[in-house]
Design a protein around this ligand. Structure first.
Ligand code: MOS
Length: 767
């Protein structure tokens, strides 16, 4: 009864042998053979290395900085501090998707230190080892002031409402009013909570998490006569160009940003970080190409992290399980200068039907590097709280947790009254329950065993993630040799954007996928979307299809004008091109291939562009665009040896049509593994005495590895979302992580009776 009708495909969408076909990544061989050029792989004649000196206090000022010894060391070209680095500027306020930066202070702006690991100097030398030795030989005298890196947040006395939009200069910004920003509100939660038959009230805490893509952040900066070519680890080359131009004080046409391949980013590489300005400034000052690779330990300090968050959830329901109130108050830490608002309440108002809802967000300033987006920012930790609370409420109601979610399915997005474009959450839950075997679940804690005698825990959580599309421009070339080219200023984080673009162009032009050259990761191309928010694919669909259509029209036009063409003298509109073959519409013959038409005319290639407009959920659309999913988790618990493992995850995802189900499945599998890490392993630990992240390496910051991987069963519901684009595709980067952690901790409760309201679950919590 809840499932919407399947949307009808727009007329112009043909059956496709390419879209929806599991397709190996076209960049796979380049990566597996080591020939893909990652940013730090770029080398140039005369290239030198930069290594930063980082602050060893978390708050205070640099009183003295002695670089004399470092400058005399072998191979050293220069050592820069706040006293002698070329001026770097702050960027103007963000507008749209330009000028976005989370840490606004450029490197070495002044002598103030606000977090451990902040850059205080940079040494440049002929070799990496010489640069590092020199950076470590810089003697810094600090005047320390008290720092605070504590994680207690909702209880902190100095909570603030996030200021939005970002002020031009945080130093002169007006103080925010009140302690919290209202994120969504309807009805009267206070009254409903008081009157409720059944109530639940608890605080859920998630720790700071550090992005640990295998590829380190890096900048290779080449300066040539007023022009910068910057090889960057960027999930957004267009924004990176704009930010770097502003930082360096030059027009954007003097800066080119290149990111051919990324060894992932998880959001940590969305916006530029201070090292990028540092590398470019050094290159300009020395007139030498400069390579700066951020070390793994520095990546725990100055390239963002998911902040710790406290979330208080209050739920009220009548005795039948109908929700009557949801109040969601949360606080995350941010840095001293910048407002980073995790946005945990994004899904709170729309996941369930409820007349009284209030979500509020607040910040607490800490001596930490500026936090940033990490896969599923907001919703992922937000749903840990909400979906844990729903499980706890179901237990109080003595109700199956799936039934509770069914009972509270909304008809429309109750935050704004808009219809859902395509929502199949209940189908996700029912398909998942069937695949998982949920009907066999005995809800009594600790009551289920597997055949090896291990105690089983079974848990479930629902999830959602917003779907959007950004403005995009794509250029497509069709060539006489039977190949094609597609290019746009977007990039591939490693998720499959190269392949999806090849599929879209192959679908439209008939040129086979392996004959389509895809060019990405260069800010001199027409502006493409960021690789973030799970928006890249949905954004590229309309522009890529239309550019391919326009290029095809040029071919048809040529076919009407060329001697020897069977279509000479016809009108272009009379012709069609399907699978690369030109014919008169509706007539099987004569026919001519697109490449033959170009060859006959002695034209090598035709090029066409297309631009498409973004659609940003709330403001300019008629629908509420979201993806949905259901996560089912099984854990095994062996109290005798205190071993807890995630043994099985069944995930059902409603994210529109999958253009490449193979790459999409890969995304969901990776996200599930990340969810195991979030639930069981990951936490950045600050040593409160120094304000330093101390588990700043891959041995001590524990991420899920193969041995931690459960059996993963991924199902995609195939409900194309044609309101979003012509092929009905949404994105799949983040939805796979949403809901995984609470499904696991709900399963942990079912196995052990321990309710994990603070992540990660530790063995010591269970014994
Ligand atoms: Mo994602 S956190 O938008 O890279």
């Amino acid at each position: 009864m809840f499932t919407q009708q399947q949307q009808k495909a727009p007329e112009e969408v043909r059956e496709s042998s390419v879209i929806g076909k599991p397709t190996p990544r076209i960049d796979g061989p380049l990566k597996t053979t080591g020939s893909a050029m990652y940013s730090s792989d770029h080398n140039f004649p005369g290239l030198v290395y930069a290594w930063p000196t980082t602050a060893t206090i978390a708050s205070g000022t640099v009183q003295q900085i002695d670089t004399a010894a470092a400058q005399k060391m072998p191979g050293v070209l220069a050592v820069y501090t706040h006293e002698n680095l070329d001026k770097l500027y702050r960027v103007p306020p963000a507008s749209g998707f330009s000028m976005i930066i989370d840490e606004h202070r450029p490197a070495l702006e002044d002598n103030v230190v606000r977090y451990w690991g902040q850059y205080v100097a940079v040494a440049v030398a002929e070799t990496l080892e010489q640069a590092r030795a020199a950076a470590e030989a810089v003697k810094v005298t600090y005047a320390k002031t008290p720092h605070n890196t504590a994680e207690a947040l909702l209880a902190a006395p100095n909570r603030e409402a996030p200021k939005k939009p970002q002020p031009e200069d945080p130093k002169t910004a007006k103080p925010a009013e009140g302690k919290a920003k209202q994120v969504t509100k309807r009805g009267d939660t206070g009254a409903a909570l008081q009157a409720a038959a059944v109530k639940h009230d608890a605080v859920y805490s998630t720790p700071p998490e550090t992005h640990n893509p295998i590829e380190l952040h890096a900048s290779v900066a080449v300066y040539d006569n007023g022009r910068f070519t910057l090889y960057e680890t960027s999930q957004a080359v267009m924004n990176h160009r704009d930010v770097m131009a502003a930082t360096l004080g030059v027009p954007p046409d003097r800066v080119q940003v290149i990111t051919r391949y990324l060894g992932s980013g998880f959001g940590g590489k969305l916006w530029p970080w201070p090292h990028a300005g540092l590398a470019a400034a050094c290159a300009r000052s020395l007139n030498r190409p400069v390579k700066l690779v951020v070390s793994r330990s520095m990546m725990f300090e100055s390239v963002g992290h998911r902040p710790p968050i406290d979330q208080r959830i209050q739920l009220a329901a009548d005795s039948s399980g109908k929700l009557t109130a949801i109040q969601h108050d949360y606080a995350n830490h941010t840095s001293i200068e910048d407002d980073y608002d995790e946005g945990c309440g994004e899904a709170t108002g729309l996941l369930y039907s409820c007349p009284n809802v209030l979500a509020t967000s607040s910040l607490v300033r800490r001596n930490v590097g500026t936090p940033t987006s990490m896969r599923g920012p907001g919703a992922v930790p937000g749903l840990f709280a909400l979906e844990s609370a729903m499980d706890e409420l179901a237990i109080k109601l003595k109700m199956d947790p799936i039934k509770l979610r069914q009972m509270n399915e909304p008809e429309v997005d109750e935050t704004d009254g808009k219809p859902f474009s395509s929502r199949h959450l209940q189908e996700c839950l029912s398909v998942g329950a069937e695949k998982f075997g949920w009907a066999k679940r005995n809800p009594v804690v600790g009551s289920m065993k597997n055949s090896s005698g291990q105690t089983l825990g079974w848990g479930v959580a629902a999830c959602t993630w917003g779907a959007m599309k950004m403005d995009a421009e794509v250029t497509v070339e069709i060539r006489s040799d039977g190949t094609a080219r597609v290019a746009t200023g977007s990039q591939d984080v490693g998720t499959g954007t190269y392949t999806v673009l090849a599929q879209l162009v192959a679908h439209e032009t008939g040129v086979p996928v392996d004959k389509v050259e895809v060019v990405l990761g260069d800010s001199s191309l027409p502006a493409g979307p960021i690789s973030g928010g799970s928006w890249a694919t949905a954004s590229l669909v309309p522009a890529a299809l239309n550019a391919a259509k326009n290029a095809t029209k040029s071919v048809l036009n040529i076919a009407t004008q060329t001697d020897g063409s069977p279509f000479k003298g016809r009108k272009q509109e009379e012709l069609e091109c399907a699978d690369g073959i030109i014919r008169v519409k509706g007539q099987p013959s004569p026919s001519l291939s697109a490449s033959q038409a170009l060859s006959l005319a002695r034209v090598r290639a035709v090029n066409a562009n297309a631009k498409s407009q973004g659609l940003f959920g709330d403001s300019n659309s008629k629908f509420s665009f979201h993806s949905y999913g259901a996560q089912f988790a099984e854990v095994t618990w062996e109290p005798e040896i205190a071993r807890l493992r995630v043994s099985r995850i069944v995930t059902v995802i409603d994210a529109g049509r999958m253009i490449n189900p193979r790459a999409a499945r890969n995304q969901i599998e990776g996200a599930v593994v990340m969810g195991v890490g979030m639930a069981m392993l990951e936490a950045t630990e600050y040593d409160q005495r120094f304000g330093a992240p101390i588990n700043n390496n891959l041995a001590d910051y524990i991420v899920a590895v193969h041995a931690d991987c459960p059996a993963i069963d991924v199902t995609f519901l195939d409900h194309p979302d044609f309101n979003l684009n012509e092929v009905g595709a949404r994105g799949v980067g983040e939805i796979g992580l949403a809901g995984v952690a609470p499904a696991i901790t709900n399963a942990v409760y079912h196995a052990t009776g321990f309710r994990a309201r603070k992540l990660p679950v530790r063995i010591e919590d269970l014994i």
